[in-house]
Design a protein around this ligand. Structure first.
Ligand SMILES: [Zn+2]
Ligand SMILES: [Zn+2]
Length: 309
């Protein structure tokens, strides 16, 4: 079987994209459990409207400006350009979502993307399992290939001392938020603004990934691939535009995820507002790069379904 390459993932002669083991990832699993426990405590031990507002505000900023715009569209896909200081801030905000550091995020994203571009994709990176098993696999385990491909992050990111520092202490970055929250609102604000926020962000991220590979609306399909991305209509505001996953599979380089009429995309609104004040340029749209092989526009009545599970 011929394996495809991507910008950062290059198969070696012996690389096998399927044979591997799903293993419990202690660090990831315990971290999630701690955040979930703290999140429950926020609700039952320190319930307050001010805590709830802290949760909403910190979640909106870290998920939208951080994860969706800074980490995903800017660092991983290079869909636009900002001054370096702003790139650092946005990527740092994305790290606060509590998933991984910048290098770990690139790796997780690009390995999944590489898997999903192959003609056969194993069940872990394709979200092939059912709801609870996939939750366990994605939030508590990792998938180790027996014969992995060569993975390399470009040196301007991999050797950047700021990214290396964020990466080394990605969990501890929460302290930069937790200390001021504690000074303002005590332990309760940490439980709302760190623990509950991280627990909900991680669960929400997994859930979008799960359902966006299961079925639903597709604006485009990539023919010949077993794993397809699907749009999840109605979730634009909640997911900052990351719900338009069929569009993302069709145009991975595009800063704009909500492409068709009526597809709300707060992440792209944020990029446009940065551009309006001169802080974002070279913003790539869907047609600014060569089309993917096998890309096909679907009519409004053609509802996509995964070709395998
Ligand atoms: Zn996908
Ligand atoms: Zn992506």
């Amino acid at each position: 079987m011929r394996l495809h390459s991507t910008d950062r993932v290059h198969p070696k002669r012996q690389t096998d994209a399927i044979q591997g083991t799903i293993r419990w990832d202690a660090e990831k699993s315990i971290w999630f459990f701690l955040m979930l426990t703290g999140g429950f405590l926020a609700i039952i031990w320190t319930p307050s409207w001010s805590g709830f507002l802290v949760f909403l505000a910190t979640t909106a900023i870290t998920v939208c400006a951080g994860h969706s715009v800074g980490m995903h569209r800017l660092l991983i896909h290079k869909a636009f350009v900002t001054p370096k200081w702003l790139e650092y801030i946005l990527v740092w905000l994305g790290t606060l979502v509590g998933m991984a550091g910048p290098l770990g995020m690139i790796r997780a994203h690009d390995m999944r993307d590489w898997h999903q571009r192959q003609t056969v994709c194993p069940p872990h990176p394709s979200h092939g399992a059912g709801f609870w098993q996939d939750a366990w696999w994605q939030m508590h385990c990792r998938f180790d290939l027996d014969y992995p491909p060569h993975f390399e992050i470009e040196s301007e990111i991999a050797n950047d001392p700021v990214y290396q520092w964020i990466e080394r202490h990605w969990m501890a970055q929460q302290l930069i938020v937790a200390v001021p929250l504690f000074l303002i609102g005590g332990v309760g604000f940490i439980l709302w603004g760190v623990c509950l926020r991280v627990a909900i962000s991680l669960s929400g991220h997994w859930m979008v990934g799960h359902f966006a590979h299961k079925g639903g609306h597709q604006g485009w399909t990539v023919e010949g691939l077993p794993v397809q991305g699907f749009n999840l209509p109605g979730l634009g505001l909640l997911t900052c535009g990351e719900n338009w996953h069929s569009n993302h599979h069709a145009f991975p380089h595009s800063a704009k995820l909500g492409i068709d009429k009526g597809q709300l995309d707060p992440g792209f609104w944020f990029i446009k507002s940065l551009a309006a004040v001169g802080l974002a340029h070279k913003i790539l749209g869907p047609t600014d790069m060569p089309e993917r092989d096998g890309l096909k526009r679907l009519g409004p009545d053609e509802i996509g379904v995964p070709q395998t599970t």
